[in-house]
Design a protein around this ligand. Structure first.
Ligand code: GLN
Length: 400
């Protein structure tokens, strides 16, 4: 007889990332699924981690993160956004952006409260809302169309209708995984107006802040008038330095909100890997040129991936940030994204993520006509993927 387990976990699937990374390994596919670079971040940051271990920084860090890292985070906020952050009362360091989001939702939301999130969303948000006993309210992001060329957009009326007296939190992920959307200032101002009218807190997941292309500059939601007091901003060393396996993220928030998040963090992981905190502090001190090159190199990879997807007969949508591309797969004859992504992984040798995993039940159909490709890969990996993708039209013909 199997012992009884908690009901709250029973509806959870194995994450789509774990499923498709395993499938990629099984079939020797080039993994453009789960978003992680197949190259390392800066040498001096790696060296700083090794040095910290050798120097004996090997016991529990302070729960909210080492003082050196919190100071480095505050300096980074000042350098890039011109804001003054008190390292003692406005920062908590977590095991990745994913823990930061979990702690924030658990710390800020009561059972029965409503949380607004835009679909498609990063999958852990919905699971976190469920664990908190809260109720998700979805607002659909719509793909580019004639009236909104090249940008995902939402209907203002739908967003307004999602807010009500039960709304406690809205999650805004900009640049957005999986669409690559950057919320415009006008969109952020609308969100700010509604947050203030309904006394709602914003969880601004901005982990892709340094992964933005062209002349665009990242806008922090917390910088919109009225939002500094009601925004928890999430950032990530995994994304900004290319060390996703280190699992170092953090939040920046006004003291009362940060305290609520910290209360959860102290009982979830207490603190995170001490030597890596020192290394991330070194990373945050790298010159502007590092961050510019990070975005510039990634833009070139984006363009390689866009060309490969077009050549394969898919219709990729231009991302403005992140390292993801959504592509329309309707031209392939597939009507289900999971079936397409499994076919692509097995028969073509390229793994991608089916985005219906990023929609609530009601809107899943919107994700079925697309696939998400990660392009944070070596040029040689992208070229191999391009060569394999070039065989997609032939693979589709033999399938029919
Ligand atoms: N953020 C990564 C992605 O979207 C995956 C993180 C994970 O595997 N949990 O691909």
């Amino acid at each position: 007889m199997t012992p009884r387990i908690a009901k709250r976990t029973q509806g959870f699937p194995v994450t789509v990332f774990a499923e498709f990374s395993a499938l990629a390994v099984q079939h020797g596919a080039v993994n453009l699924g789960q978003g992680f670079p197949d190259y390392d971040g800066p040498e001096e940051v790696k060296e700083a981690a090794c040095r910290a271990i050798r120097d004996g920084v090997n016991q529990y860090a302070v729960s909210s993160g080492s003082e050196r890292l919190r100071k480095a985070i505050a300096l980074h906020e000042e350098r890039f956004y011109g804001t003054t952050i008190d390292p003692a009362t406005m920062i908590s360091v977590t095991s990745g952006g994913t823990e930061a989001c979990f702690d924030s939702i658990m710390g800020l939301v009561d059972p029965g409260d409503e949380v607004i999130l835009f679909e498609p969303y990063y999958d852990s948000y919905a699971a976190n809302i469920e664990l908190a006993g809260a109720v998700p309210r979805y607002v659909l992001l719509r793909p580019p169309d004639a009236a909104h060329p090249d940008t995902w957009w939402f209907d203002e009326g739908e967003l307004r209708a999602a807010f009500n007296d039960k709304t406690r939190l809205i999650i805004v992920n900009s640049p957005q995984n999986p669409t690559g959307k950057l919320y415009t200032r006008a969109e952020m101002e609308l969100i700010a107006e509604l947050c203030q009218r309904y006394d709602v807190i914003a969880l601004a997941d901005e982990v892709y802040e340094h992964l933005i292309f062209g002349a665009q500059r990242h806008v922090r939601l917390s910088s919109i008038p009225g939002m500094a007091e009601r925004t928890v901003t999430v950032a990530s060393a995994g994304k900004s330095f290319g060390f996703t396996g280190w699992k170092i993220g953090w939040i920046v928030a006004p003291p009362p909100l940060r305290k609520a998040v910290q209360q959860v963090h102290q009982f979830v992981t207490f603190s995170t890997a001490a030597p890596l905190l020192e290394a991330v502090a070194t990373g945050l001190g790298l010159p502007d040129a590092y961050f510019q090159k990070l975005a510039g190199d990634l833009q070139a990879k984006r363009d390689l991936a866009l060309a490969a997807l077009r050549q394969a007969g898919l219709s990729p949508m231009l991302p403005y940030g992140t390292y993801f591309i959504m592509a329309d797969i309707r031209g392939t004859g597939f009507t289900d994204d999971y079936e397409f992504c499994r076919f692509l992984t097995r028969e073509v040798g390229v793994a991608a993520i089916p985005p219906s995993a990023f929609y609530g039940e009601e809107h899943k159909a919107h994700g079925r006509s697309m696939a998400r490709f990660a392009f944070c890969k070596k040029d040689s990996t992208l070229k191999e993927a391009a060569a394999r993708l070039a065989k997609l039209p032939e693979a589709l013909r033999t399938r029919r």
